[in-house]
Unconditional design. Structure first.
Length: 174
């Protein structure tokens, strides 16, 4: 466990895409989750470590999203952003990132649903509304026309079949 924490911290510190991917793969939740001891000094240390590592994971995930998005790996960025929003559902900027990524991937419905997830999380946890930037992005996506099957250009016509050539054989009858 101590080796995993050290590897996680080192990967997050290096900051390359590969190192961040390895680091976030190591983060599987709160340190010593489920463990409780009735020792106040240990409990205080454990709580502080859990918070520190969670914040480091959130930072690593956010940096990884940026790197994946910049590299054009939008599907991977979506998965990373979903993991980050699961870790902290109150990060509106991550919800907006997901909305933009879904839109870029042509998944308008998923982008609109992500807004609803954001609204629900803010209402449930803070009894608050999304900020103006989030609402504006939602309206922008809402106004875009979804791709209709008729809007997709038809495939080019198929080439006419080539006549078969028989070499060495004659089809003439005698």
């Amino acid at each position: 466990m101590a080796a995993d924490v050290r590897a996680f911290e080192q990967g997050a510190g290096r900051g390359t895409r590969e190192a961040l991917e390895e680091a976030v793969a190591l983060y599987q939740g709160d340190l010593l989750e489920g463990l409780t001891l009735q020792e106040p000094p240990f409990e205080e240390w454990l709580l502080a470590e859990r918070l520190r590592l969670r914040e480091l994971a959130q930072d690593a995930l956010a940096r990884l999203i940026t790197q994946q998005r910049d590299a054009g790996a939008h599907d991977e960025a979506v998965q990373t952003a979903l993991r980050l929003v699961a870790l902290d559902p109150l990060q509106e900027s991550v919800h907006r990132t997901l909305m933009r990524l879904y839109t870029q991937l042509g998944r308008r419905g998923a982008a609109l649903r992500q807004y609803q997830h954001c609204v629900a999380a803010l209402q449930r946890e803070l009894r608050a509304e999304p900020d103006d930037e989030t609402r504006a992005l939602y309206q922008q996506i809402l106004k875009r026309e979804p791709a209709h099957p008729s809007a997709i250009p038809p495939p080019p016509p198929a080439a006419p079949p080539r006549a078969l050539e028989w070499k060495g054989c004659s089809t003439r009858t005698r």
